[in-house]
Design a protein around this ligand. Structure first.
Ligand SMILES: Nc1ncnc2c1ncn2[C@@H]1O[C@H](COP(=O)(O)OP(=O)(O)OP(=O)(O)O)[C@@H](O)[C@H]1O
Ligand SMILES: [Mg+2]
Length: 496
């Protein structure tokens, strides 16, 4: 349902306090004005700069930048058998004042008698407690694909400027999640640069927009699974689930996976590569930056971020280190903000209907509430154990090639090393120009520094998680053979 349909319903049902959450006031106002014209409702708008404007009356008569006067003015618009709508732009800014809150409260009640409707138009929903029960909230949806295509057609007027068919679809894939104005800007930039609307310029604008909002970051890389050794069961599972031909059927839509492992086993890297592998953008929810300093702000920002994720479907959404992200879940020290945000996130995980594949990663399950991993929230909970001998060989192969390291040398003893440690050893060897054996002296495996937590995680995962390394359920650490430092790695990479 779009903005007008909802607004029409609420006004006809005489809801006298309506809060419209929108980043695009100009577009929202155009839609509201159209609706008021059709329904023959009297419309007035107010903002701090131009004051009160009543369409059809000369502006100078009405200019008043006093927000209290604006609220009171609505009664002068009331008619015995008509409806009057007053739109207050960015009025959340004035709601800290006790007089304003009181005046609004009185007006919303009085409006029931003379059919005067107060509409607050604001990019955020910050309703003071006193007024909470008096407002209904309408979200001004981000533009749909059809609307975006319409915008593109409006800008690309010359022949060949607008792509067609699958190419147009990739442009629209890139543009979903942008506001109307951002989409217009992105399309125009593309025309200036390349005389044609292309997905690249649109992605660039979208990456910037997300960065600015501080809610999400966008990753679009070029690397695929071949740059990650091992993890064959996990790779196969995700690719199969996401590239299955029945993806269009909402019942068969994959939901996502939860990844557990000791640090450095490739969880974060896996998420990033997954996007490119299945042709979707990867959005990272930055939970830390969702925390706001004002009451209710964090919850509001979480809601906004989840809305953008929904709008960007099909995509991969990653919440890295989820147990730390929502730290303070037991409500200590932050008046329960994290647990409310976590609750919002859990409900979204259950209810979202968009084609979003969620990947959560964690190092410590004991900090996660048990309901998090219950079945149906995720398609699978995977445990990424320290890599096996074969996997480590594949990882060595990758990094010896990447860092152009002489293969004619002995490899260090890599017992209980993670992928990150193999990489660190190769990087150090290349950086310091020393043999691998010497570089390895600077590598302290996590299995040694946090042996207990690795053991705890393994025993928790035993029988509870799927193995990322081989098909089936994870059954404790296999025999990780003690490696000999004289071993050399064959050139044939058996990874992927
Ligand atoms: N199996 C692997 N193959 C290739 N590289 C790997 C592998 N495992 C880890 N790495 C490398 O190690 C580094 C760290 O990996 P990553 O950040 O994905 O680990 P993580 O499991 O997310 O760790 P943390 O729990 O600390 O966040 C990355 O640069 C990654 O490329
Ligand atoms: Mg990580």
């Amino acid at each position: 349902m779009n903005l007008c349909t909802r607004l029409n319903e609420y006004v006809r049902a005489c809801f006298t306090g309506i809060w419209i959450e929108s980043h695009e006031h100009h577009d929202a106002l155009t839609e509201i004005a159209g609706l008021c014209r059709d329904q023959q409702w009297q419309l007035a708008t107010w903002d701090i700069e131009t004051g009160l404007t009543i369409p059809g009356q000369s502006e100078t008569d009405n200019v008043s930048s006093d927000p209290l006067a604006a609220i009171r003015a609505i009664n002068t618009l009331a008619t015995p058998d008509g409806t009057a709508v007053l739109v207050l732009q960015n009025f959340h800014r004035f709601m800290q004042s006790a007089e304003i809150v009181q005046a609004l409260s009185r007006q919303i009640i009085a409006g029931k008698q003379n059919r005067t409707i107060v509409v607050v138009l604001s990019p955020v929903v910050q309703i003071p407690t006193e007024l909470e029960k008096m407002f209904v909230v309408i979200e001004h949806d981000l533009p749909s694909r059809e609307q975006l295509a319409e915008i593109a057609r409006g800008i690309a007027v010359e022949a060949d400027e607008l792509p067609e068919g699958p190419e147009l679809e990739t442009v629209l894939d890139a543009a979903v999640g942008l506001t109307r104005m951002e989409a217009e800007n992105a399309f125009s930039l593309s025309l200036v640069r390349e005389d044609r609307i292309t997905a690249d310029a649109v992605w660039e604008i979208k990456t910037q927009t997300l960065k600015k909002s501080g809610l999400l970051s966008l990753h679009r890389g070029t690397e695929d699974f071949s740059s990650l050794g091992g993890l064959s069961a996990l790779k196969a599972f995700c690719k199969r689930a996401m590239l299955h031909p029945s993806r269009g059927n909402p019942l068969k839509r994959p939901r996502g996976v939860l990844l557990l492992s000791p640090p450095g086993c490739g969880k974060s890297q896996f998420c990033k590569l997954l996007g490119n592998e299945v042709g979707r953008p990867v959005l990272t929810l930055e939970v830390g930056s969702l925390m706001g300093s004002l009451v209710g702000q964090s919850e509001e920002r979480t809601r906004q971020a989840l809305r953008v994720i929904d709008a960007m479907a099909p995509c991969v959404a990653m919440i890295d280190e989820v147990e730390k992200a929502f730290a303070g879940l037991n409500g200590n020290g932050d008046s329960g903000v994290s647990s409310r945000m976590f609750g919002q996130f859990l409900s979204w995980l259950n209810d979202h209907e968009s084609d979003v594949f969620v990947v959560c990663t964690a190092n410590d399950v004991s900090k996660l509430p048990p309901e998090f991993g219950r079945s149906e929230r995720f398609d699978g909970i995977f445990f990424l154990d320290l890599p096996s001998r074969e996997e480590k060989d594949a990882i060595w192969n990758l990094y010896l090639d990447l860092f152009e390291i002489d293969r004619d040398q002995r490899l260090p003893n890599d017992t209980n090393w993670t992928g990150a440690e193999v990489k660190a050893c190769c990087r150090l060897s290349a950086l310091l120009d020393v043999p691998l054996l010497q570089a390895a002296q600077n590598v302290v495996p996590v299995a040694v520094t946090s042996a207990e937590s690795v053991e705890r995680l393994r025993s928790w995962a035993n029988g509870r998680c799927l193995s990322a390394n081989e098909p089936g359920i994870y059954r404790g650490p296999g025999d990780l053979p003690k490696s000999k430092s004289r071993r050399r790695v064959s050139r044939d990479p058996s990874h992927n």
